[in-house]
Design a protein around this ligand. Structure first.
Ligand code: ADP
Length: 312
């Protein structure tokens, strides 16, 4: 079967800046692929290359079996990172405008319903909340019932309830056979939605795989963070301990081991503010593979402190 999206050795420079440095990937029909990387990694340039809104200097792109230039636009949807519709269009008028660009389109109210804005169709775009504005833009990308949907940071700035609504929508679309290619700053979003994740660093795709496989192969061990002023030399334990800004990090601690660590701390009279047990996530994978943080805009799973990763 032909892959819905194929990129082969894409390279793109802007002056001295290398935005894409030999990216190859393929995405199958009905797959949800999430691209993760810090600002400047090349995510938008890759989406723009795949959608034909920019032309790579080198390499080949195939969308739905042909080059982006000849791809049937009625089968493709694109939510750009910056999408700034006229302020004095209502949500329904906005979606209806996009519906008018296609020979065949869905009922704009159905598209608004998909994103949880069924009751907000008459509200001017400028009077929608930031999250509602983004959802209205997503509705506009759905009017042509695309077979392949590109979403560049679809949930940035959306409140948690709106984000969950969009996650359900993406899951429904994928279940219906839509191929979804998205970029995100939210690790939980990638872990929940993506069949496969691609980690982009300085224009290079450093790893591709299912979230579970990437975390199992590269995420490191589960760990217990002990918020304390104590130094690691004060403790004798079978676990490796790192000293970080958050306190002491005990590597390789499973839930069943937590009692042993607490007993050790108590035996030695070590005072601590809090204990947090964490499992490795995609940000740990990124840190370990690139040595670079995903940046302050990246949000880990709720309640997880950022821990300096790596083996140093
Ligand atoms: P991301 O989406 O991951 O933040 P981008 O694809 O927007 O990354 O950018 C990758 C690199 O290319 C960055 O260094 C950015 O400054 C640069 N870049 C992107 N678009 C342009 C452009 N039109 N002109 C000059 N530099 C650009």
């Amino acid at each position: 079967m032909t892959d819905t999206l194929v990129a082969e050795n894409l390279r793109k420079r802007y002056g001295d800046t290398v935005a894409l440095d030999g990216v190859s990937l393929s995405v199958g029909a009905g797959e949800v692929f999430a691209l993760i990387g810090p600002n400047g990694a090349g995510k938008t340039t890759l989406i723009r290359s795949l959608t034909g809104t920019t032309t790579p200097d080198e390499g080949r792109v195939s969308v739905l079996g042909g080059s982006p230039a000849v791809a049937d636009k009625s089968r493709v949807g694109l939510l750009p990172q910056s999408f700034d519709p006229p302020a004095r269009l209502s949500a329904r008028e906005l979606v209806r405008y996009y519906a008018g660009l296609y020979d065949e389109s869905r009922d704009p109210d159905d598209a608004l319903d998909d994103v949880g804005l069924a009751d907000t169709g008459d509200t001017w775009y400028e009077n929608l909340s930031g999250g509602q504005q983004r959802r209205a833009c997503v509705a506009a990308t759905l009017v042509n019932d695309p077979d392949v949907l590109f979403l560049d940071e679809p949930t940035t700035g959306i409140d948690p309830a709106g984000r969950r609504a969009l996650w359900s929508l993406v899951e429904d679309l994928a279940a219906g056979g839509t191929t979804v290619f998205l970029t995100t700053h939210y690790m939980a979003e990638a872990e929940r939605l993506a069949d496969r994740v691609g980690l982009l660093a300085d224009g290079e795709l450093v790893a591709v795989g299912t979230p579970d496989a990437l975390i199992a192969d590269h995420g490191g061990e589960s760990r217990l963070v002990v918020e304390t002023d104590a130094r690691r030399t004060a403790i004798e334990t079978r676990f490796t301990i790192e000293e970080t800004d958050s306190g002491l990090v005990f590597d390789g601690v499973t839930p069943a081991d937590i009692g042993d660590v607490v007993a050790e701390l108590n035996d030695r009279g070590i005072e601590y503010e809090a204990l947090t047990w964490t499992e490795p996530d995609l940000e740990d994978v990124y840190l370990r593979l690139t040595g670079a943080s995903l940046g302050p805009e990246v949000t880990r799973k709720a309640g997880q402190p950022a821990i300096a990763g790596g083996d140093q």
